[in-house]
Write a protein that binds this ligand. Structure first.
Ligand code: FEO
Length: 407
């Protein structure tokens, strides 16, 4: 789906785009990175979005990841010519957006860097930025650019403690940092269109669940704080600029941060010799027969194109039931499955139905331990689980009954 959008509309990468009378897009697509944050697969790439607001004064909003220096500066010069950048607004210090701060300081020696108090030690630590370069703003502060102004609102833990958003009322535009972001590169024209939200929906859920999923409460607080603004355009740091699909995007973030899910089953498993995998596949077949929505993820996969843990977390944020398969390994849970359970706990996942199964050879520990972990997280156990000895067969591990239970 995403490919259709990109292939139809992508003409050249790294080309400056005018978004409105005052706003220009100067972001880049990263099609080379394999794992975002060293963890999360990027089958469709990712964009690092940066924007320029051109008025009597010029403000750059966030930068991009290192490796794009030439393209990035080239785009800025294409917009500004010889005009200087007066302000660099740092909404977020994670290096995918802050890596080129030093480059901007070197190219524009008089630039003032707009930060909040929590950003100060981070920018010192990453870039050695001297205090005299910094313009420290707080909640509700405003920076006049001439005919328009930038207004700053703190949104801690969306995604780091220092995160803030920048509101440009004269353009009804919110520069939202990671909020409302998504994996997948953007088209040559990064503005959305009517069908773009549906094309990005899965990658937006995967981005939210992988990156921001731990912070549902702060995301809700930020949504509440910003709800009074008459936003007509969201310029996030990742993914399309949202204009046409604004209500769908905000609605999805609201739903995700409230941990709201639909009826359906997320089957996740790890398998050493294929027996737990066979049981997982048998369950998928039974769910399919009954028309029950489901997704299935192999947590121990090494196949290109499979999302493993990243996809499993995405679907945990979609469906109300988690069915986990793990063989007993060293009298415990198979390590990739243990990692998944830890990831659920880290994201404070709640309100899920849970069931466990898995093969063992001489001692059935994994299902018992999975149930204990699930109870600790407050999940509703749908039964004691299905540990089965040695090889899978449908007599030992009846997935028909389990599918009926899940219907
Ligand atoms: Fe895209 Fe939290 O950085």
């Amino acid at each position: 789906m995403i490919f259709a959008y990109l292939c139809d509309k992508m003409i050249t990468n790294y080309k400056m785009k005018k978004i409105s009378g005052r706003i220009y897009y100067v972001g880049v697509n990263d099609d080379d990175k394999v794992l975002f944050e060293g963890l999360w697969p990027l089958p469709y790439g990712v964009s690092y979005n940066s924007y320029i607001v051109v008025d009597e004064k010029v403000a750059l909003v966030d930068t991009v990841e290192c490796g794009f220096e030439e393209e990035y500066i080239g785009q800025i010069r294409e917009v500004l010519g010889d005009r200087p950048v007066d302000y660099l607004v740092v909404n977020h210090m994670e290096p995918d957006h802050s890596s080129l701060i030093s480059l901007i300081c070197a190219d524009y020696p008089d630039v003032k860097i707009v930060v909040n108090a929590k950003t100060v030690p981070m920018i010192r630590g990453y870039h050695g930025t001297p205090d005299e370069r910094l313009l420290v703003v707080g909640e509700g502060d405003s920076l006049n650019l001439g005919t328009c102004s930038l207004n700053f609102y703190m949104t801690p833990m969306v995604h780091w403690p220092e995160t803030m958003v920048t509101w440009l009322p004269e353009e009804k535009t919110l520069f939202s940092g990671d909020a409302f972001g998504t994996f997948a590169a953007v088209a040559d024209d990064p503005r959305d269109a009517a069908d773009v939200f549906e094309q990005y929906r899965d990658e937006m859920i995967r981005y939210y669940s992988n990156i921001v999923g731990k912070y549902g409460v702060p995301v809700q607080a930020a949504l509440k704080k910003l709800s009074g603004l008459p936003v007509e355009r969201i310029c996030s740091t990742h993914g399309p600029i949202w204009e046409t699909c604004l209500s769908e995007v905000v609605g999805l973030y609201d739903k995700l941060s409230r941990y709201e899910v639909e009826r359906g089953v997320c089957i996740v498993y790890g398998s050493m010799y294929g027996n737990t995998a066979a049981a997982a596949d048998a369950l998928a077949i039974e769910l399919e027969k009954r028309g029950i929505p489901y997704a299935i993820h192999d947590l121990a996969c090494n196949n290109a194109g499979e999302l493993g843990l990243s996809g499993a977390l995405r679907d945990v944020f979609k469906y109300d039931t988690i069915v986990v398969g793990s063989p007993t390994y060293n009298n415990g849970i198979f390590p990739p499955v243990e990692t998944f359970m830890n990831a659920l706990a880290a994201r404070l996942i709640k309100g899920r139905r849970f069931y466990a199964f898995g093969s063992y050879t001489w001692a059935p520990a994994s299902v018992r331990l999975l149930n204990e972990r699930a109870e600790t997280m407050g999940f509703e156990l749908l039964g004691n689980g299905l540990p089965f000895p040695q090889a899978y067969d449908s007599q030992k591990c009846d997935m028909t009954k389990l599918a009926e239970l899940l219907a």
